[in-house]
Design a protein around this ligand. Structure first.
Ligand code: FES
Length: 187
């Protein structure tokens, strides 16, 4: 069964074909192919891994091993907000693991990394180079330093509010068209 949504699936696979073709003559380019495949599809579901295996003659078990080993790869569609909790040494000793667990618990993430509403993807990451601010969380490009477990609910609330505000703005932009329908120009 096809898990990939969208109208451009054929286009995506044809872009992937080009990527595979580009790297097929070079050895050891699997990670590059997977990175670009993830850029194209947004994530690496089983069907994309199987497709790459078929085209490259690399066993799908090997591809799956690479995808699950590196945290930069995701087998789930990513949420709009990517929350990365640094588990590098400086952050870890300051309690980052507990922060990660709280995010996962609050968002009810069990097997998956992405929340049911598709808003948040939670991952751990290695040192992001801001050890002076440990423990460090990044949400998309925004850095939250000296974080604690108390900040988890606040951070989630903040991005939910941003999301609500952007939905309202979208609605406003749609409204003039509706108004026009209600009040057609008179003779
Ligand atoms: S260990 Fe977390 S920023 Fe360096």
């Amino acid at each position: 069964m096809c898990q990939i949504d969208g109208n451009n699936t054929d286009q995506k696979y044809s872009s992937l074909d080009k990527v595979i073709e580009r790297y097929s003559s070079e050895q050891g380019q699997l990670i590059r192919i997977l990175q670009e495949a993830q850029e194209i599809f947004g994530y690496l579901p089983e069907e994309v891994q199987t497709y790459i295996a078929g085209k490259t003659n690399i066993p799908v078990s090997e591809i799956n091993g690479v995808v699950t080993f590196y945290s930069l790869f995701s087998t789930d569609p990513r949420g709009r907000y990517g929350i990365n909790v640094c588990l590098g040494t400086a952050c870890y000793v300051q309690g980052a693991q507990g922060i990660l667990e709280d995010f996962r618990r609050d968002l009810q993430l069990k097997e998956r990394d992405t929340s049911e509403d598709g808003l948040f993807t939670v991952k751990s990451t290695r040192c992001v180079g801001a050890c002076g601010l440990a423990p460090v969380i990044t949400v998309n490009d925004e850095v939250h330093g000296r974080a604690s477990r108390k900040d988890v609910a606040r951070i989630l609330r903040k991005y939910r509010k941003i999301e609500e505000a952007s939905e309202k703005t979208d609605d406003k932009h749609k409204r003039p068209a509706a108004d026009q329908e209600e009040h057609p120009p008179g003779p």
